[in-house]
Design a protein around this ligand. Structure first.
Ligand SMILES: Nc1ncnc2c1ncn2[C@@H]1O[C@H](COP(=O)(O)OP(=O)(O)OP(=O)(O)O)[C@@H](O)[C@H]1O
Length: 256
């Protein structure tokens, strides 16, 4: 396994790029170069309010390869979600510096949104639908109208198998008032909705947060399977267990 420490983000000082045994393959996958993002922050100095530029990301370079998981790690507040958002084209272009390329070609925000999917930490699932109904709904919304209902059903069953959700096919999503799928299953359903159309790039923000270690492992295991089908996968993750770390192909560590 090639465990690459890809880059280090240093908020206010000069950027430190630490690359230990980094395997870079120019022109492949998702390449990001000299990514910086700053905001104007108000702070009190000697009793006077001043506005100062603060870097949330500073000079980050690295590469995520097709077929692999790149994990973005670091302490709370290091900028993991900001970095994921920057790559996914979810923050204002004007304040973002640096370049992002896919397979050697520069990408625009709209292209990035077209070829990628983003799994958010807080999902918005309908509690009154079953897992099957949830996936069918996603299939209707995300797959082209030219695809028949039978083909959509086939894709849904494929997804249920891929994500280990067959036994929960007809279980309600549920909520506090109505018991439904488990936390780990719910997270896998959220991922399913975002991969039903087989995006070539998948971003996941803390897919394991709030899960017990077995469920967290199962989620990352499924994410690894998705990567293996040829997608580029990037995810933020906080304090992964040793077992989970063994599933990660590349690690980018952001420091505060
Ligand atoms: N628009 C903004 N204006 C001011 N500060 C911001 C803004 N966006 C993010 N921050 C700050 O930037 C830092 C990085 O935030 P971010 O959410 O990316 O960190 P994180 O590593 O994902 O943290 P966590 O692990 O706690 O989710 C935080 O201190 C946050 O408060």
């Amino acid at each position: 396994m090639d465990k690459s420490l890809a880059a280090k983000n240093n908020n206010n000082k000069d950027a430190v790029v630490a690359a230990a045994g980094l395997k870079m393959i120019p022109g492949h996958g998702l390449e990001f170069k000299n990514l910086s993002y700053s905001i104007m922050k108000k702070q009190k100095k000697d009793g006077v309010w001043i506005t100062k530029e603060a870097y949330l990301l500073h000079d980050i370079s690295g590469q995520a390869i097709r077929g692999e998981i790149m994990a973005i790690m670091g302490p709370s507040g290091a900028g993991k979600s900001t970095f994921l958002d920057a790559l996914a084209g979810r923050i204002a272009q004007g304040s973002l510096e640096g370049s992002v390329r896919i397979d050697g070609k520069p990408v625009t925000t709209s292209y990035m949104k077209m070829v990628s999917s983003y799994v958010m930490q807080d999902d918005q699932l309908f509690p009154m639908l079953t897992v099957f109904e949830t996936f069918m709904f996603a299939a209707e919304v995300r797959l082209p109208p030219s695809i028949s209902r039978d083909e959509k059903k086939k894709r849904v069953y494929e997804l249920l198998d891929q994500l280990g959700l067959r036994s929960a096919t007809h279980t309600y999503i549920g909520n506090e008032g109505r018991r439904g799928v488990s936390g780990g299953e719910r997270r896998r359903v959220s991922i399913g909705i975002d991969i039903i159309h087989k995006p070539s790039l998948l971003f996941l923000d803390e897919p394991t947060s709030g899960l017990d270690s077995t469920s967290a492992y199962s989620v990352v295991e499924k994410v690894k399977d998705i990567a293996r089908t040829g997608s580029i996968v990037l995810m933020t993750i906080h304090q992964p267990s040793y077992r989970i770390q063994m599933l990660l192909d590349r690690i980018i560590v952001l420091a505060r």
